[in-house]
Design a protein around this ligand. Sequence first.
Ligand SMILES: NC(=O)c1ccc[n+]([C@@H]2O[C@H](COP(=O)([O-])OP(=O)(O)OC[C@H]3O[C@@H](n4cnc5c(N)ncnc54)[C@H](OP(=O)(O)O)[C@@H]3O)[C@@H](O)[C@H]2O)c1
Length: 286
Amino acid sequence: MRAVVTGATGGIGEAIARRLATAGHSVVLIGRSRERIAAAQRRIAAAVPDADLHGEVADLSLLADVRDLATRLDPLPDIAISNAAVVAPIDAVTGEGLQLTFATNHLAPYLLLRTLAERIGAGPARFVIVGAAPRALARVPVDLDDLQCRNARTLGPLPSFRPFAAYGRTKNMNAMFGYALARRLAGTGITVNGGHPGIVKQTGLGRHARGGLKVFTNLLNPFVPGVDHGADNPAWLATASEVEGVTGRYFVRRKEVTTAPHTTDVTRQDRLWDESARLVGLPATH
Ligand SMILES: NC(=O)c1ccc[n+]([C@@H]2O[C@H](COP(=O)([O-])OP(=O)(O)OC[C@H]3O[C@@H](n4cnc5c(N)ncnc54)[C@H](OP(=O)(O)O)[C@@H]3O)[C@@H](O)[C@H]2O)c1
C-alpha cells in the first residue's frame, strides 16, 4: 500500500513514516524542505534498508502549495496521515495573509484531504488526522467567529501561553473536520479518524515555549516517552485490521474516546466546514 505522511521530516511524523516503511508500505514523506526530506529518508533507510521511500516538497502553510500537492500526488495514496503542525506566534501571518498556525494545522489538512477524497472517489482509503489530548482540548473551544485568533486577548491573560491556546483551537478543528469529513464520506470506502499521539519528547513542537510553559515542559521531559510512542496510535489507525471500516471516531492509545461536545456538535462542525471552504476556495458541499 502507498501512504503519504505530512510533517515527516522529524518528530512523530518521521516515526510514523518509519513504522509504515517497516510494515512494508511505500511511503511518501511530505515536507517543506527538500534537504530535510532527504535527511529523514536517509535515517529511515538506515533503520529499514528495503524501505520504499519517496519525497514531496510542499509548504503546508500555503494554500497554493497544498492545492498543487493534492492534485499532483500520483499514484493516489491508500493511506493519508495528516500530522504536520506548528505552534507559531499569534501575529505570524503567511504570504497569503492567513494566521500561520491556523493555515498550517487546519486549512492544510482540510484542503489536502478534501481534494484527495474527491480524487480517490469510492476508495478504499484510510485518512488519519493527528490531533492532541482531548481532555486538554476541552478547555480551548474553537471560536467560530474568530478562527484566526485576531482577538488575542480571548486566548488568556498570559501572552506566553497564547500561541499554545491558539494551537489547541486548531487541534480541536482537526477533530471537528475529521468528524465532518467522515459524515460526508459515509458510504464510500474512505474512512477518517482522529487520534492523539500522546505527549512525547524529541519533537520540535514546543520550540516556541517561553516562561512558565518552558519550565513546565522541561520538568516533564524525563517522564515522557519518545517519538516512536507517538507514532503508535496514528500508524495503528492507518493499518490495523481492528479498525478497518471504522470511521468518524477519535482514539487515544488505540482506544476510542469521546471528545468535547463543542467538537461533536454537527452545527458547529458545519460552520467550520463552510468557512474553511470559503477560505480555500472549495464549494461548501453538504
Ligand atoms: N509532541 C507532542 O507531545 C504532541 C502532543 C500532542 C499532539 N501532537 C501532534 O503530533 C503531530 C506532530 O508533532 P511533533 O511533536 O512531531 O512536531 P514537530 O517535531 O515540530 O514536527 C512537525 C512536522 O511538521 C512539519 N511542518 C511544520 N510546518 C510545516 C509546513 N509549513 N509545511 C510542511 N511541513 C511543516 C515540520 O517540518 P520542518 O522540518 O520543516 O519544520 C515537521 O516535520 C502534530 O500534529 C502535533 O499537534 C504532538
